[in-house]
Design a protein around this ligand. Sequence first.
Ligand SMILES: Nc1ncnc2c1ncn2[C@@H]1O[C@H](COP(=O)(O)OP(=O)(O)OP(=O)(O)O)[C@@H](O)[C@H]1O
Ligand SMILES: [Mg+2]
Length: 343
Amino acid sequence: MSKSAFVRIRAGAYRTTDVSGQVFQLVEQYKSTAKGGYVTVKNGGKFPGFPEDIRIKVDGVASYEFVTEGDEAVASMITVEVASTQTDEERMAEIAERFEILTEMTKAAVSGDIRAMIVSGPPGVGKSYGVELEVEKACLFDQISGKKLRAEVVKGSATPIGLYQALYKYSDPNCVLVFDDCDSILLDDVCLNLLKGALDSGKKRKISWLSESSTLRREGIPDSFEFRGSVIFITNLKFDTMKSQKLRDHLDALQSRCHYLDLTLDTMRDKVLRIKQIAKTGALFEDMDISDVGCDEIIGFMDTNQMKLREMSLRMAIKIAQLYKSFPLRWKSLAQSTCMKAS
Ligand SMILES: Nc1ncnc2c1ncn2[C@@H]1O[C@H](COP(=O)(O)OP(=O)(O)OP(=O)(O)O)[C@@H](O)[C@H]1O
Ligand SMILES: [Mg+2]
């Protein structure tokens, strides 16, 4: 078995976090790019939800040092997880932080600092909401290189040619394309190849449509162009646990070109806590005029029936709140018939 190399970062950062002094397992030595240099290391659980291989921004090879065998113990000590003993409050804060990262990454995609991001998480937890809010804000206020931001949210499915057209329409640097629940794109060979071209990390991101198409001709779309916009994918697919090997290879190629943010709300407890966390902010039933007592009642009801509900999500909380408002006396039995699995 080959022995792993470990490096201690003398001065460097992962995203916005200073990691100076930390020890990581080395994946690939320093590389420099137009935007600065980086060394690739194993995440090792330090940044949960981020890819297994991460790039630490450093100035050069002098910014990190190899550490000797004894120091590997240091590395493994740092990665020891402290999960199960967390209180609800601590976990809620962590979940809130994960969604703040979603907001920040969306901002970065909007400003063109990152070219592509994939957001993955279970249904109804606020993925679309978080991304759309930022994109809308940016459309209202942002001026990018003197030009107004242009954004479009594509929902549902898209054909390869539809994807090509959308990429062309939003190919300028001041453009953001959001594919929300467009899993068909992520599962289609032709679409994936287009995206690979559009999101490649090289300087030029040229994509081409190889066959003759009257649709493209009619709309005056060239059969190849350079894509300079940003793309955000929102999906329920969990890339890391995809079983099919063929799909894995494909998605790996896409994932390596994108920032991948897994919202990690995988357990029932996490989903309940996410609902409690948004309820706490007062935003959950904002326009519904529901008292604090009502809010506690609804969430308490969901908590008690967590195994019976069809889905544990913000969306479900809103549905039950609507019943609560419309049928103050019967909401529980109505929720039972409409929101719960038949037992
Ligand atoms: N931070 C929030 N504050 C208030 N309401 C929210 C918040 N986040 C989400 N919601 C509400 O919760 C519901 C579900 O959110 P959203 O549609 O964003 O989920 P999603 O994760 O995109 O789900 P899906 O995977 O099914 O598309 C929506 O009605 C949305 O308005
Ligand atoms: Mg959504």
